[in-house]
Design a protein around this ligand. Sequence first.
Ligand SMILES: [Zn+2]
Length: 435
Amino acid sequence: MSSSIRALLARAAVIAVATLGLSAAGAPRARAEDDPAKLVEEGRVRLEAGDVETAVKVLRRARDLAPDDADVGEALGAALVHLASEELERREVEAARRHAEEAVRLVPKRWDAHAVLGIARFREQAWEGSARSLQRAVENGGGDRPRVLTWLGHALYRMNDNAGAIARWEKARALVAAKADDDDEAAAALLGEIDAALEKVRREEKVEGGFEEGLSNHFRLKWDGGGEDPALGATVLSLLEDAWNTVGYDIGRYPEGEVPVVVYGEREFRGAVGAHGWVAGLYDGKIRIPVRGLASADPASLRAVVTHEFTHALLHAAGGGRVPIWFQEGLAQKQEGRAVAESEAVLRERRREGWSLPAVADLEKAFVKVRERERVEVLYAVSHLLVEELLATSGATALTDYLDALAAGIETGPAFQKAFGTTLADFHRDFVGRR
Ligand SMILES: [Zn+2]
């Protein structure tokens, strides 16, 4: 070893000791990196300074040295809870779930370990596992935490348990209202979130209160069992499972967990959802479909509606809830089997009547808010044709690349360019120029 390297190493050791704030004197004590108690202390300091990753690393080393030490386990568990919540914020859901699971094993009595695991599972759309973890958070001291109860309400709502969700949200609301000062912004925001959720679920529960429940491999269905069609639930579930297979295969992604679905009668649908007359179904975290009754429903159009709405659910899951409206509507129409010629014909007809082609910005606003039927038809036709052309000219993996980029949190513009090799503005300009 050359003398300069030896000097460098010696210097590095001095720096390391200085960084830890420990004295180099006082030997022959155990070196800091071999002393679990010192490592725990360093982990706590790192955690307080906000350096969560290093805290976990240091505490893992302590755990290796003293696998049965309760203090070490507790400190590592606490650090993992922090790490998992940071990962959730960075949308690294799988890592967050793994670290939260590890935390729960180490500190099963800490409500926040269960809570962060419940939220990670919610993000993975594993509603049942999410509700179970959040319930354990409640049982381990998190029962007076409004945020825990609010998340539990969201998970139960996704499991179609409206009554359970209402009870949790009402309790959360009372807790926030009792504690909040007038100028507490975070509390006001949480109250707003809870009130919106309560208003929506109460309106739905008026209609869905007496509905029956059905389950299949990938769907949890609620439907009006008192209607004239005893076979309706089973029929819709089998159409949903078909859609899961075919759309999942085409797109190369499948939603994790269970997708909640509610099937209404035509009039009940308007009452529960408040949508315009032209809406044939919708996805708002649950697939909602109006059915006039199997006897009068056209099986092909029921299949098309189910496939269309399932495509929305899948895109929501695979794209992290960030897939633009026009892209969703275009792909949903492609998957439901709408013919290109049909959309071309609609577009020609509407343009003859004087309706213009939408700008890019119009394609990114919610179609369900548009009132004029003709305008809506133009938006759907253009979305459909754009997606068909896009997928015809790009490689087979472009679609999954696009969804993965969106799920990873990349902005929609760069994600589009990365996957399809062009900008949306250029692609749209070419499309308009050819018409
Ligand atoms: Zn749609």
